[in-house]
Design a protein around this ligand. Structure first.
Ligand SMILES: [Zn+2]
Length: 167
């Protein structure tokens, strides 16, 4: 009996642990609601970046495929720059490229700047306001009618929900 009791306690403990974990991963898919944050124009007003965000946005790093918070997010909303809050992409332009990174076939006009990547063949995309690294743009792959794929790191983005739906 004693063994059974400690076994059930152990199972209860595991259940609590796994709930805790799922709450944590929910939180990582950070969704902004309420008032949209203002775009930070000065460096001193930029959002603080954690080490992973710094690696991607300031050192042109890349998050591992399928690990980001937004690669399969289908909610209605706007994707803002993580560093300066500038609106960059709309959910209506997001499509499933199965690449493991959020993919958009269009951008909010003027929000994204293209420049040749230092690797000599790809085209890098950066936020036009803060110059933070977002990812790369690929053209003529035939995914959508616009024939453009902005391949963006989730950590360079923050999602602002424009829908009242909870899911
Ligand atoms: Zn920015």
């Amino acid at each position: 009996m004693k063994l059974l009791k400690s076994l059930s306690l152990f199972i209860a403990f595991l259940a609590i642990q796994s709930c805790g974990y799922s709450q944590k991963s929910m939180k990582e898919t950070s969704v902004l609601k309420g008032e949209m944050p203002e775009v930070a124009k000065k460096k001193s007003e930029y959002n603080q970046l954690n080490s992973k965000e710094k690696y991607v946005m300031l050192e042109q790093g890349t998050e591992r495929a399928f690990t980001g918070a937004y690669h399969d997010l289908k909610k209605e909303g706007i994707y803002l720059c993580k560093q300066c809050n500038q609106p960059l992409f709309k959910s209506e332009d997001k499509f499933d490229s199965r690449s493991g990174w959020p993919s958009f076939d269009d951008m909010i006009k003027g929000a994204v700047t293209e420049r040749p990547d230092s690797d000599g063949y790809r085209t890098e995309i950066i936020c036009s306001n803060c110059k933070g690294h977002l990812g790369h743009v690929f053209k003529n792959e035939g995914f959508t009618n616009k024939n453009t794929r902005h391949c963006v790191n989730s950590v360079s983005l923050q999602f602002y929900s424009t829908s009242n739906k909870q899911n």
